[in-house]
Design a protein around this ligand. Sequence first.
Ligand code: HXC
Length: 257
Amino acid sequence: MAYETLLVETRGRVGLVTLNRPQALNALNRQLLDELKGVLAGFAADAGIGAVVITGSEKAFAAGADIKEMQPYGFADAVVEDLAAGWDDVAAFRKPMIAAVSGFALGGGCELAMMCDFIIASETAKFGQPEITLGIIPGMGGTQRLTRALGKAKTMDLVLTGRMMDAAEAERSGLVARVVAPEKLLDEALAAAEKIAGFSLPSTMMAKEAVNRAYETVLSEGMRAERRLFHALFATEDQKEGMAAFVEKRKPAFKHR
Ligand code: HXC
């Protein structure tokens, strides 16, 4: 299927989505959101996909929500349309999803990267929440996910000043998992995704679900959720296979991948 705002391909068991609105530095408009939701629904239903990579161009992962589209909105429009709420579906994608970020990841672009399970950044990446310069605040989770990732001090600094931080600062702060040379970005992200996609899918999905509980709940609830998911995995054939393979000193052949 052809998309106007995305390039979509599969590489082995990895789904690769490239944001593709170069004329607007991949600004996230309604069409892009609709297309992305459709692609992710397809990947969710496709047993052949074990992980997803979302990337942009060398210059911009995404420079935010589309300001020109939002400009005419009033309060009532924002409420009735529940502006930004559609992105919850992207954040709720259940298979592992990596953001490969080069260049600008600003506003909604930074927020989309944070909806992914982890971020691999090029040395050229720049992260920020510049909404304050437009007279608004982040609306796709920036004030919440950044605070959980970076803590209050740096989040307040970024959200209140609107300044950008480079890849080194983002890695130091815990926003980014790895920083690589620009020419290695996509290969690094695809290799990580391919590795993840080679494991048992129920276990990678449950691992993601368990880590996400740490974001959404208190420690005791998170521990309980982890324990239940951990126990549940002993009901899978892949647990038998994974442990048998270790004992027999061979590679596991996971069935559910
Ligand atoms: C619409 C955008 C855009 C955006 C860039 N463009 N960002 N269009 N929405 N978020 C367009 C520009 O208008 C321009 O189009 C083209 O992309 C190239 O951008 P330039 O500004 O000429 O490039 P450059 O000088 O290199 O500056 C890059 C930049 C700057 C620093 C990233 O574009 C910028 O500040 N962009 C806005 C960043 C921002 O404020 N993001 C937060 C958005 S609010 P033309 O047609 O002029 O060539 C947000 C809220 C999320 O994200 C939650 C709500 C749902």
